[in-house]
Design a protein around this ligand. Structure first.
Ligand SMILES: *Cc1c(COP(=O)(O)O)cnc(C)c1O
Length: 468
């Protein structure tokens, strides 16, 4: 049994959290229509909804906020960020944006037109939405190993290079960019190997398709490579990250993940002409190119965060903590996605509640139980989030797995917080056979999981519920 890694920091400022009494949690759930997005953060005890923008900043970052230079043009923090990003990625043209999706919007508005394609190992939700918004089609070509949720493959985040080659051959001139998401968020924070980046890059170059990295978790990706890829074993994380970036033409970054900040992002590219066009669009949508919609102090926090995130002690702790939680949950009876990814543990709620059909949202049953039992907030990634109605047959289509994601904010929770999460899960596991599902009372036409209201169904009924 692996030990929880010792946190490589000590705590200088604290933020109180409190567990509401059980009766109050019941009321909050009822008021929220059993949708955890409708619950106030202060009514949550342990918040594992997302790892995005939820990091704790270091003393250097907080100090950096005081060094913010709020000049409109040419603030010193931009030059610090530019130097750090050039050094990490090798891309000379660094353009700040207020977050990752703003970077996607800018780049895709320049690259894509109606009828174009974008290929990826897997598009993240906002990336997919920004491609669709341009009238283009996102095509996911994940490695086949990620179909096997429990299979211990080291690089489930890879792109399927055989399908990539075929797709580019069959659509000459129509694929405008290849986006490699590192780590591959949508398949569970799984890494992409250096070997895969090398092959994908050669295929893209042969077909004159630019290659961009969606680099939100580039450091976690490089850490897994240093642990799992024979040819890279033991190389410093910073060098591995640089090797990967060298295969591409640029990157899009949500700094809310491996930037270790609460807001921020950037674009970095090799081509000066493309950079000039991005800056022209940036000044309309985000701001002048030395601030990109961020305050000078925010740019400084991103620069410092990027300097800290490749620290091997930090990354060993980070990956070790997430894996430790995964193992504790598995010991308590959970079926989890293997290997444990870089930023979250995914529990298979379909396996936990075989009596609840997908149309009654077993993932939501677990997410609600974690809040009811322990004030823990997570997110359902299953039929509530991705279920659809077939436009022709009007039959429901369900995703292949009913998962619940426990995303771990960076540097925020300690071993005892996560131990509490595992203990809470054990109590839920003991009562799993008497759990029931949910029916939707209200839903919006798009992204319904954010706003849906749900009604709890009595336990152990198998009555089919018409989906409204
Ligand atoms: C979070 C994320 C984005 C979007 O970034 P925001 O900062 O939330 O706008 C894009 N890609 C990946 C892989 C992400 O995880």
């Amino acid at each position: 049994m692996t030990r929880h890694p010792v946190e490589p920091f000590r705590i200088k400022a604290i933020e109180p959290i409190a567990l509401l009494p059980r009766r109050d949690r019941e009321h909050k759930l009822a008021d929220a229509g059993c949708n955890l997005f409708n619950i106030r953060a202060e009514d949550v005890f342990i918040d594992l909804l997302t790892d995005s923008g939820t990091s704790a900043m270091s003393e250097r970052q907080w100090g950096g906020l005081m060094r913010g230079d709020e000049s409109y043009a040419g603030c010193r923090n931009f030059f610090h960020l530019e130097e750090v990003v050039r050094n990490l990625t090798g891309y000379q043209h660094v353009i700040p944006t207020h977050q990752g999706r703003a970077a996607e919007h800018l780049v895709f508005s320049l690259l894509l037109e109606k009828g174009d394609f974008v290929v990826s190992n897997t598009h993240f939700d906002t990336t997919r939405a920004n491609v669709l918004y341009r009238g283009a089609t996102p095509v996911d070509l994940p490695d086949p190993s990620c179909d096997d949720v429990a299979g211990e493959y080291p690089f489930k985040g890879d792109i399927d290079c055989a399908r990539l080659e075929t797709f580019l051959d069959e659509h000459p001139g129509r694929v405008k960019v290849c986006v490699l998401t590192i780590t591959n968020n949508s398949v569970g924070g799984q890494p992409l190997s250096v070997a895969n980046a090398r092959t994908a890059s050669a295929i893209c170059r042969k077909h004159h398709v630019p290659l961009l990295f969606d680099a939100a978790r580039f450091a976690e990706n490089a850490w897994f490579v240093s642990q799992r890829e024979e040819s890279q074993r033991g190389r410093p994380v910073k060098e591995i990250a640089r090797t990967i970036f060298d295969f591409g033409d640029g990157c899009l970054m949500s700094a809310k993940k491996d930037g270790l900040v609460n807001i921020g992002g950037f674009i970095a590219v090799k081509d000066p002409e493309f950079a000039a066009r991005i800056k022209e669009a940036l000044v309309i949508f985000e701001g002048f190119h030395t601030y990109g919609g961020l305050a000078g102090r925010d740019l400084e926090a991103v620069a410092c965060g990027l300097e800290e995130v490749t620290n091997p002690d930090y990354l060993a702790y980070r990956a070790g903590q997430v894996e430790w939680l995964g193992n504790r949950l598995a010991e308590a009876g959970a079926t989890i996605v293997r290997p444990v990814g870089g930023h979250a543990v995914f529990i298979d709620a379909g396996a936990l509640y075989p009596q609840i059909p997908p149309g009654e949202f077993p993932g939501q049953t677990l997410a609600v139980a974690l809040y009811r039992e322990g004030g823990i907030r997570t997110v359902e990634i299953g039929s509530l989030m991705f279920g659809e109605i077939d436009p022709e047959t009007h039959e429901p289509i369900y995703p292949p797995h009913e998962l619940v994601r426990l995303a771990i904010p960076r540097r925020v929770y300690t071993e005892s917080h996560l131990e509490y999460v595992a203990r809470t899960f054990a109590a839920i596991f003991a009562k799993r056979e008497s759990a029931g599902g949910f029916a939707i009372e209200y839903q919006s036409p798009f992204l319904r999981h954010f706003t849906a209201r749900l009604r709890e169904l009595p336990a152990n009924t198998h009555a089919r519920v018409a989906r409204t």
